[in-house]
Design a protein around this ligand. Sequence first.
Ligand code: BTN
Length: 264
Amino acid sequence: MVRLETPFAAIARPGRRIGHAVELHKTIGSTSDRARELLAVPGGAGTAVVAELQTDGRGRRGRTWTSPAGRNLMVSVAVRPALTASDAWRLGLAVALAARDACRTVAPIDLKWPNDLIADDGRKVGGLLVETLIDGERVDAAIIGIGINVNWAAAEMPAEIAGSATSLAELAGARTDRGALLAELLDRLDAEIAAIEAGGSPLDRYRAACRTLGSEVTVEVGTRTIQGVAAALDEAGALVIETASGRETVTSGEVVRVRPVVPA
Ligand code: BTN
């Protein structure tokens, strides 16, 4: 029996702040660019922009986000969160938890600091790109972009990522309904963003979901490489690394290697 996917357009929930409308593109440059444009359109904030194919998909740190047509979930939403600039860090953690919990309806997914969705063995299943626009003391807007490998077969993945990436379908052993996953994601984003606006902190739940903590890590920060043990996340979500020469606190960067601490 062929199981049909829930159509993306059926996921829209009028009245809901995140995902009151769903805009589906067969092909687009980047869903995040389109979501940003929608900020200038009355009622455009909160629209979920979904694409079957991106020709200019962007990842963190200037990388390209690659995904074949019609297999995976690529979605962006622009929001105007009621957050001060000093609380902007909460948004990235809240979005990561929403995405992780939506994926966990299908397979056991956790987080690699700061914004990767990973399988138990560390392979990447997805990533988040949260672009924040600050106006003085407050967050004016944020463009949340989420890419999740859903029905991408390992055999179809390009050689350069085949060893380090996987998909929900590979982990679950079955095709996943991308529409149902999008519905889970939008509901969770809505709830997580409302919670941080109400003053809640996602920090403890993020710490519990973050597989980076307690491991030996190699972190690239700009042109620097830091090696040590990922000891903690501080009160602003920054990664604290115990290195041979002392503690380093990293607010943004890329964990390029994670391995368990070997007892002395
Ligand atoms: C990363 O892991 O580097 C973040 C990847 C984010 C990719 C998503 S796909 C939907 C949205 N549109 C983009 O151009 N990028 C994000």
